[in-house]
Ligand binder design. Structure first.
Ligand code: GDP
Ligand code: MN
Length: 353
């Protein structure tokens, strides 16, 4: 990559002390984290970097959610760590929104995850992981703490941010009418989503009116690297936005196509009988119901969640990441689906060509 990445190329988003830019209140947005008490130290690491690179300039609130009560130690440590004026909210998730639903056939679930485990699908037998994926797919945006929130930036423990972000990312999303922002785009383990595409097609046959004509269909269906996936997933490339980083316009999730799609997927049980991740689920919804020009690759955001990295070629990045670097393991290079996104879903203008 020879050209330097220095985005966005728009006026009025960079905060300077002289400007009247209303940081922090510009957009109803939050940084959002579903975490466990034991994630505290790694979470503080993530917050520290996000504050340094972005949020100390823009003062957006934090929202932490947990299926258990946060301990006083957890809450105090986070509060002490952040500036006093920063709004911090802690919420609990209702058991009925988190636990495995009654409607799931327990025998079928047990056999399903045994099979997936034998096929090497990670977390197949971890029920809390299934709960987490279902929660992040169909429930989180209904939490009362997010009622008045339009954009959520998802943050996980133990991630890294490498580059100064000196513009208001949420305002960028709003001004440019974006529904979704991502940094990494991957192939998934096809065994975890064997019937997701088949069920999705069934849903679309019943409700074709939800399909956006400007959707990212080629990205969903084309598979430049791993044609073997097609046999397992019945036509889904498994390309997905890696949702441990995502900035989502929650109104997209609250709208009828997404909600009805979630109800349909829930009725099929694949969050438990298979191990549908929130990433492929969200990505299919975006690829089908959103205009692809409203999905933004934040290539200027240097970010890492092990083992993958997005490292831009920019003077705003510190030297802890190597530009163009994706993964320390050569054999994982094949997991990268970003080339498909660039080929099928970005215009020449977006590519800066
Ligand atoms: P991975 O990135 O796919 O390996 O999954 P993680 O283990 O990082 O989980 C994704 C996010 O969900 C992280 O922020 C976790 O802290 C959170 N998470 C996962 N399982 C649970 C759980 O059982 N309870 C809560 N409260 N958070 C969870
Ligand atoms: Mn993670």
């Amino acid at each position: 990559m020879s050209q330097e990445i220095d985005e966005p190329q728009v006026e009025g988003l960079v905060r300077s002390d002289e400007s009247s830019y209303n940081a922090g209140n510009a957009v109803p947005a939050t940084i959002l984290s579903l975490v466990m008490n034991k994630d505290l130290n790694e979470l503080v690491d993530s917050i520290k970097q996000l504050e340094e690179k972005f949020n100390s300039k823009f003062n957006y609130p934090y929202t932490f959610l947990n299926d258990e009560d946060f301990t006083e130690e957890f809450k105090e440590t986070i509060r002490q760590f952040l500036p006093k004026e920063r709004e911090v909210r802690f919420g609990k998730i209702d058991a009925e929104d988190w636990d495995i639903p009654e409607t799931v056939d327990k025998e079928k679930y047990k056999h399903g995850v045994e099979l997936l485990d034998s096929e090497g699908v990670s977390y197949a037998k971890k029920e809390s992981y299934h709960n987490m994926c279902r929660f992040y797919s169909r429930t989180f945006y209904k939490h009362p703490l997010l009622k008045d929130i339009k954009y959520a930036w998802r943050l996980e423990p133990g991630v890294k941010f490498y580059c100064d972000i000196d513009y208001d990312v949420f305002k960028f999303m709003e001004d440019h009418n974006k529904v979704y922002g991502f940094v990494l785009n991957l192939y998934d383990s096809p065994q975890s989503v064997k019937t997701l595409w088949r069920d999705t097609i069934e849903f679309l046959k019943e409700s074709p009116e939800y399909i956006n004509e400007q959707g990212a269909f080629d990205w969903i269906k084309e598979n430049m690297q791993k044609s073997v996936n097609f046999n397992i997933t019945e036509g889904y490339s498994t390309c997905h936005f890696w949702t441990n980083f995502e900035i989502t316009n929650l109104d997209f999730l609250r709208a009828e196509p997404y909600e009805k799609y979630m109800d349909y997927l829930e009725s099929k049980g694949g969050f438990y009988y298979e191990r549908w991740g929130d990433a492929p689920v969200r990505s299919l919804a975006l690829g089908l119901f959103a205009d692809k020009s409203q999905i933004h690759w934040f290539r200027d955001i240097g970010y890492s969640h092990s083992p993958y990295t997005n490292c831009p070629n920019s003077q705003k990045c510190d030297n802890k990441c190597t530009p163009g670097y994706f993964t320390p393991w050569d054999n994982l290079e094949i997991e990268n689906c970003q080339a498909n996104w660039m080929k099928y879903s970005m215009t020449d203008e977006q590519l800066n060509l």
